[in-house]
Design a protein around this ligand. Structure first.
Ligand code: CS2
Ligand code: MG
Length: 403
């Protein structure tokens, strides 16, 4: 019965911050979990070091479910992004260890593959419609079958999802939050134009997606969804802040554009109402922030009852370890929909050697035992932590808004 001999947190910043939990068993097998929570990295580090790691040492490494219950129920203070990210990291590392000990790629332990490869979407953006259309074309040339498109809003200096660096979008930059200016009125007028131009240029074969990033009111979201219907989006993401889940009834009653929500959720309880009332089409929770593989599988099982499919968040603030774990989940889960895929920088790829690969618009987790992602600790040590915050948003009159 292997026991946990060592667990430690590795913080590295090869271009952006990543927090990785490494667990080692007394028979020398190690597993990794991603514990990165963008802009709140050190809170998770402290939670792991102060409250989780001391309880792990000496535990049986193969009791994944019991460890999950111990960390969730046993904490008394349940849920929340910091706690659930820490639990997610432990869970991922333990699944990695179990699969390595079995000599199998993780997806085999999750029931084997339900498909041959994992459809993914990339991020294209541009300062205006013409630039965004061109950029989507570049993604299609790279082989992507699905592309998320965002473009600048006339009259606003910069907005979510639009970056000067076409290859790597990174919203968390300055140590203190940057302030952006937002106008839903200006935005609402510009988005349908973008998708009309994209369908005109590329036809209806490529899947197109769009992220509203929590900014609209329910009735505005209904209006946007309706305006986008002729362009047959794969999904419209996070149209409103989803704390008010009841409001999705109103959005739904106005549009058949599919809805995707969940990147800021951390447990099945956040998803339950939206899923059970069939108010969304895709659930976007992901491995590190929703309590790991163990909990994400429960969310997917609930979603499957209602024809809701998965669409795991995969922004650059999720490390290659997360992506590895997500791809094993994606390959195995029956109700998979799509996987978000944003490229990491070369520095990040060098710190995290990996088995997963991109090919012709699809991802594959590879056949290495475990989740197939490791960390080069020597290289990681060369990139010390740099404080970085996500921006905040204000309306043109100065009112604080959702970023
Ligand atoms: C996003 C993210 O990928 C997405 O859909 O909404 O870029 C999100 O802004 C970041 O993960 C925040 O850390
Ligand atoms: Mg999003």
């Amino acid at each position: 019965m292997p026991r946990i001999a060592e667990a430690r947190v590795i913080v590295t910043c090869p271009g952006r911050n990543f927090v990785t939990l490494k667990i080692v068993t007394d028979d020398g097998v190690h597993g990794l979990g991603d514990a990165t929570l963008n802009g709140r990295e050190m809170a998770v580090v402290s939670y792991l070091n102060d409250h989780v790691i001391p309880t792990l040492i000496g535990r049986e490494a193969d009791r994944i479910e019991d460890t999950w219950q111990y960390l969730y129920r046993g904490a008394y203070w349940r849920r929340g992004p910091v706690t659930m990210t820490a639990i997610g990291a432990v869970d991922t590392a333990l699944w990695d260890i179990k699969a390595k000990a079995a000599g199998m790629p993780l997806y085999q332990l999750l029931g084997g593959r339900s498909r041959d490869r994992v459809l993914c979407y990339g991020h294209a953006n541009g300062e205006d419609v013409a630039a965004a259309v061109e950029e989507v074309g570049r993604y299609l040339e790279l082989g992507y079958k699905a592309v998320r498109a965002q473009c600048g809003v006339p009259g606003l200096t910069g907005t979510y999802g639009v970056s000067k660096d076409r290859m790597y979008y990174e919203p968390a930059s300055s140590a203190l939050p940057e302030e952006n200016v937002w106008s839903s009125e200006k935005y609402l007028n510009s988005v349908p134009e973008l998708f009309a131009a994209l369908r005109e240029e590329y036809g209806f074969t490529p899947h197109l997606l769009h992220d509203v990033h929590h900014r609209l009111t329910p009735i505005e979201a209904g209006r946007l969804g309706k305006a986008l219907e002729p362009y047959a989006l794969f999904w419209m993401e996070d149209p409103t802040p989803a704390e008010n889940q009841e409001s999705f009834r109103l959005i739904r009653s106005h549009t058949t554009t599919p809805l995707a929500v969940g990147e800021v959720f951390n447990t099945i309880w956040d998803c339950k109402e939206l899923i059970e009332n069939q108010l969304i089409d895709y659930i976007r929770c992901t491995v590190p922030h929703a309590g790991g593989i163990t909990h994400l599988r429960q969310i997917a099982a609930l979603a499957a009852l209602y024809q809701v499919r998965t669409g795991c968040h995969g922004a650059t603030d999720l490390s290659p370890v997360s992506m590895g774990a997500a791809l094993h989940f994606d390959l195995s889960v029956p109700n998979f929909g799509i996987q978000e895929y944003m490229r990491h920088t070369e520095e990040t790829d060098a710190v995290f050697p990996r088995a997963w690969r991109f090919e012709d618009g699809y991802l594959h987790p590879g056949e290495a035992p475990g989740h197939g992602v490791d960390i080069d600790e020597k290289l990681a040590a060369k990139y010390p932590y740099r404080p970085a915050s996500l921006p905040v948003n204000r309306l043109e009159d100065g009112t604080l808004w959702n970023w």
